[in-house]
Design a protein around this ligand. Structure first.
Ligand code: IVH
Length: 678
């Protein structure tokens, strides 16, 4: 898009201002009030409009524009950021007694017997930050640091969607607000799963993930982390403060800041606070985020001022800690789990231990890199933590407690389920079983084998596969072809017609071209495309089995990782047994895509319309057999369009581009004619 450095026309500036206003309005409803009025898609549309305007007129891009959330350039290091007023920490209470003492101290200090009004808030387990707004515009975000000076993480904070870059008017001249940046559990789990899938080490808990994300020197990385914020106090305000803490939270919310008012309770007297604590503790497990306690604050801001603070903590607030979610126990054993896709992961078996009300007897060990990092052995005393993930984690190994009887945790050489030889491919964090006879993978393997892009066995849905497994009728994909009609009669809700249909569909699938079989076998890294590539290079299944690593890597598109995986799959004796059975059962094991001639070499064909004499797939196979290329869309590179009845847009496009259009007869004649010539 053309950039325009000239002055922004008034009408464009006005559009931009209105759009920004509208985006601000909807963003506030979404984040601060939890009451969106438009869909996410509608919001995205407005946002795109704003981006387009700013791309055309870069001068429009102010620091408060929502477009600034994508993340600025990386920094060398964070600058120091001095807080307007010290960011204090809180004294801790561990039981009811501590709370009653806190109340007594307050009454004594104020020389009163009157019940004190407290505000009970959730103590979020994240990272404390201070946000500064000048005339309603976000200008700085800082960590707590030593309480006096923190680190300037403005550009990282800017990427958090729940932090308004502009406050709702009328905004005060100066505001410093304090809050906790954190990650919701669902978002944390999804992010961790993505990290594991990408072979990255996952985070131990949402707090570590949050702290790590905020301390990124590259804000673009922070922007990708699912951070949010909840504000719980005012550090500095240029105008008059409200009378109570509760009212100041409401004021923050009305300015568009995210505040948790739903879980905040006014308590009259300390006994009410204790009741509230029990309530919050009960709610802990059901919350979508982690809390590690409850914060009790004197509600009246006037009393807060009167009470003042000690050197590091205020007299008017206290944190009631929840029971720890960490405990010590013994790692009794490590069992190996084979996932549905063959990934072999270690799981810790622990001496059962109660961790904040839940008995824990298993923990994730994730992978062998993690085992190495923790330096963990069977028999070790370990610290387990229930934090964020559904299965607890081992966070520490107490190596000092070893007595010499601990045993090393060995990476397996064979699959614990089917005993196929396994090994860890380069760049992977776990070994993988590729066994066609592996029971752990059977269900997924059958689903994949029978799917549309593989053998396309009609009617073979989840329900049928579940029953085949329940009745132990199949132990590998070859067994499908040995099924008899009578076998299906043992199923629930199975009649003659359906059984016939299934048998017919299974038999018909034997004719599927070899590339579909290869794809269906589920060789790691071999998708539909590479299955085709293999079939173009090898004339049969046997030829593929015998291909050496060097032959495979010599094929364009096949790298060492894929070649290794193919080699490993075909060198497994269990797999070869299944493949021989498939051959004997009459499946297509010769490649139709392997060129038998090169009469159409260098020519690209596209098939369209409804064809009578052959299917589109068969037509494409005929082309490929003669060294030609079949493509799905017409372009300048297309040589021939083979059009059946009711050919639509592809035909018009071919006409436009002057591509030769053939009907079915002409196409077959072309093959014949070429066949005739030497
Ligand atoms: S009030 C002087 N309220 O807990 C007031 N803190 O040890 C100080 N926290 O660093 C903080 N939720 O990061 C307050 N509702 C809440 C809180 C909260 C979490 C954190 C905060 C602070 C630490 C106190």
């Amino acid at each position: 898009m053309a950039k325009n450095d000239d002055k922004v026309p008034d009408s464009v500036a006005q559009d931009h201002a209105e759009l920004s206003q509208l985006l601000h309005h909807h963003s506030t409803l979404y984040h601060a009030f939890d009451r969106p009025e438009i869909s996410d898609a509608a919001y995205d549309q407005l946002f795109q409009k704003l981006l387009t305007l700013e791309m055309q007129y870069p001068a429009l891009t102010g620091p408060e524009s929502p477009s600034q959330r994508v993340g600025a350039d990386p920094l060398d290091k964070f600058s120091p950021a001095r807080h307007a007023r010290a960011m204090l920490s809180l004294e801790n209470a561990f039981n009811d007694e501590d709370l009653r003492n806190f109340d007594q101290r307050i009454k004594r200090f104020l020389s009163t017997d009157d019940e004190i009004e407290y505000l009970c808030e959730m103590k979020l387990d994240g990272v404390a930050v201070a946000l500064t707004y000048h005339n309603g515009t976000f200008v700085r975000g800082a960590t707590r640091g030593d309480g006096i000076t923190g680190e300037d993480i403005t550009e990282n904070i800017r990427t958090i969607g729940a932090v308004p870059l502009r406050l709702t008017d009328p905004a005060p001249a100066e505001l410093e607000v304090r809050g906790e940046v954190y990650m919701e559990l669902d978002a944390f789990r999804t992010m961790n799963k993505q990290r594991r899938d990408a072979g990255e080490v996952d985070f131990a808990n949402p707090r570590n993930a949050t702290a790590g994300s905020l301390r990124q020197l590259d804000p673009r990385l922070t922007a990708r982390r699912p951070l949010t914020i909840s504000c719980y106090g005012i550090g500095h305000l240029s105008s008059e403060l409200p009378t109570t803490h509760r009212k100041s939270l409401e004021m923050l919310r009305d300015l568009g800041l995210r505040v948790n008012l739903t879980d905040t309770h006014v308590a009259r007297g300390i006994e009410d606070v204790i009741h509230c604590y029990q309530m919050m503790l009960g709610k802990r497990e059901t919350l979508p985020f982690e809390i590690d306690g409850m914060v009790v604050k004197v509600n009246s801001l006037e009393l807060q001022r009167e009470l003042g603070e000690k050197s590091r903590t205020p007299r008017w607030a206290i944190a009631c800690k929840f029971p720890s979610r960490q405990e010590q126990t013994i790692l009794e054993d490590v069992v190996l789990q084979v996932g549905r896709t063959g990934a072999i992961t270690p799981v810790a078996r622990l001496r059962p231990v109660n961790v904040s009300g839940v008995t824990v007897s298993r923990a994730s060990l994730h992978n062998w890199d993690e085992i190495k990092r923790l330096d963990i052995m069977i028999g070790d005393t370990v610290v387990v933590e229930r934090a964020g993930d559904v299965i607890p984690d081992i966070v520490q190994v107490l190596t000092a407690k070893r007595n010499g009887s601990e045993k090393e945790i060995k990476e397996p050489a064979t699959c614990p389920q089917c005993h196929s030889v396994v090994s860890r491919a380069e760049g992977e964090v776990v070994p993988r079983c590729q066994g066609l006879r592996c029971p752990a993978q059977l269900k997924e393997a059958l689903k994949h084998f029978t799917s549309k892009s593989a053998m396309n066995i009609d009617g073979m849905g989840d329900r049928i596969i579940d029953q085949l497994l329940r009745l132990k009728l199949v132990a590998n994909v070859a067994d499908l072809y040995k099924l008899k009609k009578e076998d299906f009669f043992r199923f629930e809700r199975m009649g003659e017609i359906l059984a016939d249909k299934l048998i017919l569909a299974i038999q018909k699938s034997k004719e599927a071209p070899l590339e579909r079989l290869i794809f269906g076998l589920g060789v790691r890294h071999v998708g539909t495309h590479l299955a085709k590539v293999l079939c173009r290079h090898f004339e049969s299944l046997r030829a593929m089995e015998q291909a050496t690593f060097e032959e495979l890597v010599a094929i364009h598109e096949i790298g060492p990782q894929v070649a290794q995986s193919i080699n490993r799959f075909f060198s497994d004796p269990n797999n070869l047994t299944v493949l021989r059975q498939l051959e004997q059962l009459g499946l297509t094991t010769r490649s139709s895509a392997h060129p038998t001639g090169n009469r159409l070499a260098g020519k690209t064909f596209v098939f369209t319309g409804s064809l009578q004499k052959f299917t589109r797939n068969e037509g494409q196979a005929l082309v490929e057999q003669q060294g030609g290329r079949a493509s799905g869309s017409v372009s300048k590179k297309t040589d021939y369009l083979v059009a059946g009845a009711n050919a639509g847009s592809k035909q018009s496009k071919a006409e436009e581009l002057g591509v030769t259009i053939l009907d079915e007869e002409e196409f077959l004649a072309l093959l014949d004619e070429k066949e005739a010539s030497p």
